[in-house]
Design a protein around this ligand. Sequence first.
Ligand SMILES: [Zn+2]
Length: 273
Amino acid sequence: MPEGDTVWNTARVLHRALAGTRLTGSDFRVPTLATTDLSGWTVRESASRGKHLLLRLTAPPQAAPTAAWTLHSHLRMDGVWRAYAPGERWTARPAHLIRVVLRSPEAVAVGYHLHELALLPTVDEERLLGHLGPDLLGTDWDPDEAVRRLAAAPEVTIGEALLDQRNLAGVGNLYKCELLFLRGLSPWTPVGAVPDLAGTVALAQRLLAANRGRWTQSTTGSLRRGQTSYVYGRRAQPCRRCGTAIGKEELGDRVTYWCPTCQPPPAPAPEAG
Ligand SMILES: [Zn+2]
């Protein structure tokens, strides 16, 4: 499940493979960039912001009026970037899912099933991503601002609010479910009724940060298969704390797993008047 930590890890893989190198070729397999050729462009760095990937490039003087460009991509549920050695077989996904190939003398980066793939002047990053809340894994992570943004809509359920990247950037379904279990909060608790919002935000950051640098996402401390989560992906299995069957509810691409006992439903709001 690509969430903030996966995107952070992916940015690091791309940085190690391509930063400081001059591209020898590119192959875009999306209509909007079909004629784009990044041969001769230099990769400055690869970065992440929330769940967005930013590959920053310098165009050769004859190629573009501005020098600094960003290749933006988003993994959503199923996107993936892989770096290969030249000549190595590309095995991550079927070839028809390839959206872009970037070649340098030392590495080939292949992007599968990427979303929102776009090349834009780096100065326009803010226009594209300025709506995002504080990045949980950013060097400028600002927990107070995240709490402030969450608290601004007290009637929204905490389950929805955590997924809203305008509040804080990086949480997806997995961390949402695990975080709420660990805090003993029903996903349907209104934000205004969450007793310690700052504590919840702080734990979200720790959960994502703990999984930086590895691909296994664990919230339990165990990296053993089947042991990495408390509730996520465990429908009808016994809660690790109390034995109650874990519940699951799905709405579009939003899925919620929770323990009905450890995360009791919120008290009904008092009658107005
Ligand atoms: Zn339980």
